[in-house]
Design a binder for this molecule. Structure first.
Ligand SMILES: [Fe+2]
Ligand SMILES: [Fe+2]
Length: 301
């Protein structure tokens, strides 16, 4: 076995790591708009040299709005997926059902937390930022795929938050402390979720032939492509918000959109695709699956 995760151990760690919403952001707390919210490793705004430092700061904050929105959207399909997955085996194993329901409860809390941050963002930011959606339609489309493909996408997402937190401490002393705390608290619980996702993937893959695994990887790519289209659309929305917030049209708008789309590809797809733990799970499913995903990873770097 390439991992030693189990339901009992993960539940115990999860219960120890748990926090409540107000420890991360109270409903009346305000974000500090004089600071950056996103780590540069994810927002990549310093590379947009046609923007002044102040304008780069605005783009960094728009990228943070995107973070809150995209995570809101993905958590909204993770929650029903977990409920569907646990439903069939309520009477099987007490540790397992408790671990899965606790996982679901934490994701419901994360949805609430991202909404709370979103409200604080809207209170402090001068213009409206449009978001792709509606999240119900995105979730329904994702969930219409093979559960193993969905589970792999979720596993990738949960591991990527580890990279996001490391990115936020490694290169940023001057991030808004509340956003930094969001990354840290989210990561604390996601680190346990990723272990449970690994067990879910193991369960869903059990007994599948190489061909059936390959089919699930096709669907993994379909979901990835669908999410990537959303990120491209979101990059356009972000540019509309930026132009409105800084009060000027950008002559190199298309270049910035493509650079920011690439930053989002890394943040929401690539940083999970190359995670060692994710790759280890793929390798255990099928070396061919691992190879196919490794070959696609540079597109999302
Ligand atoms: Fe989460
Ligand atoms: Fe999670």
């Amino acid at each position: 076995m390439y991992h030693d995760f189990n339901y009992e151990g993960t539940l115990v760690s999860s219960l120890r790591a748990q926090w409540v919403l107000d420890e991360v952001l109270r409903a009346d707390q305000e974000l500090d708009f004089s600071r950056r919210f996103m780590p540069e490793s994810l927002a990549r705004t310093a590379a947009v040299d046609s923007l002044s430092a102040d304008e780069q700061l605005v783009l960094n904050q728009i990228s943070a709005h995107q973070y809150l929105s995209i995570f809101g959207i993905v958590e909204e399909f993770i929650l029903p997926f977990l409920l569907d997955h646990s439903r069939g085996e309520l009477r099987e194993d007490d540790w397992r059902i408790r671990a899965l329901l606790n996982f679901a409860g934490e994701e419901a809390k994360h949805i609430h937390l991202f909404k709370r941050f979103h409200e604080a963002f809207v209170r402090g930011f001068p213009v409206d930022c449009q978001v792709i959606g509606p999240s119900e339609a995105i979730g329904a489309k994702v969930l219409s795929h093979d559960p193993l493909a969905v589970a792999l996408v979720i596993l990738m997402i949960e591991w990527m938050t580890q990279q996001h937190y490391l990115g936020s401490i490694r290169d940023d002393g001057d991030l808004d402390p509340l956003f930094k705390s969001l990354m840290r608290h989210h990561w604390m619980e996601e680190a346990q979720h990723a272990k449970l996702d690994t067990l879910i993937v193991d369960a869903l893959a059990e007994g599948r032939s190489e061909q059936q695994i390959d089919k699930a990887i096709d669907e993994f790519f379909e979901i990835g492509g669908f999410l990537d289209e959303g990120l491209c659309q979101q990059a356009h929305f972000n540019m509309d918000a930026l132009e409105q917030a800084i009060g000027r049209k950008l002559p190199n708008r298309a270049d910035i959109i493509s650079q920011q789309h690439q930053a989002a590809r890394w943040t929401y797809i690539g940083s999970g695709m190359v995670h060692e733990r994710f790759k280890a799970t793929l390798e255990s499913l099928s070396p061919n699956a691992a190879r196919r995903i490794a070959e696609a990873a540079p597109t999302f770097a």
